[in-house]
Design a protein around this ligand. Structure first.
Ligand SMILES: Cc1cc2nc3c(=O)[nH]c(=O)nc-3n(C[C@H](O)[C@H](O)[C@H](O)COP(=O)(O)O)c2cc1C
Length: 194
């Protein structure tokens, strides 16, 4: 089974990337195939509402998005990690989410996949929970099954960190990342057992 992670930070070195790679390492250690997709170096245009994806699985725009959608379609679980920007997800992630319409319009290609969310903000209460709920909304609109971290923050992985790398100093936050990844692996394993 495969776990695909999206790192929605806009910068090369990032807290979102660290949180995601920590979660993916846990999934890998449990025997799952993993892949990390970093959005900071991807070309992601806005949805232009051309309607082509209502006719077939595809997009009129020639950028990096269809490659990402193909990887999401093949995944059994999807992790999304984002910085908190003005109390919500990063702009790149919002653009990508809007561009996932071909997956929904063509037989709900993400339906039944397991999803989990991670958010980091520079402030202790800077909107990370709202940000995670925005990711959960995207997952639910795709009919995915959402998991949280169960015993710590409840909603998923939440860190407080401003400078890149500081997330690792937030021990309580990193525990929510670890718990979310372990919870997701447990759910995937029970699916594999049938
Ligand atoms: C445009 C912008 C908006 C931000 N808005 C918030 C915010 O609303 N709440 C918050 O806690 N931190 C906010 N921050 C701080 C970032 O969330 C924080 O630096 C985070 O660690 C960045 O994640 P990254 O390292 O994955 O890029 C903002 C930063 C930027 C650049």
């Amino acid at each position: 089974m495969k776990v695909v992670g999206i790192n929605a930070s806009h910068r090369r070195e990032s807290n979102s990337g660290l949180m995601l790679s920590t979660a993916l390492e846990i999934c890998s250690a449990k025997g799952f195939e993993v892949e990390q997709i970093d959005l900071w170096d991807k070309e992601i245009s806005y949805c232009v509402v051309c309607g082509l994806c209502g006719k077939k699985y595809g997009c009129s725009q020639d950028d990096d998005v269809m490659d990402i959608l193909d990887k999401l379609a093949e995944a059994d679980a999807i992790l999304v990690a984002t910085p908190t920007y003005f109390g919500g997800i990063s702009g790149r992630l919002k653009s990508l989410f809007d561009r996932t319409l071909p997956l929904r319009r063509n037989k709900m290609m993400l339906s039944g996949k397991i999803g989990a969310a991670f958010a980091v903000g520079g402030s202790r209460n800077g909107g990370q929970e709202y940000t995670i709920q925005q990711i959960h909304a995207w997952m639910l609109i795709h009919e995915m099954a959402v998991v949280g971290d169960k015993k710590t923050a409840h909603f998923g992985g939440i860190c407080t960190a401003r400078n890149a790398g500081d997330a690792l100093k937030d021990e309580v936050g990193m525990q929510t990342v670890i718990n979310t990844a372990e919870n997701l692996c447990a759910r995937l394993s029970s699916l594999a057992r049938g």
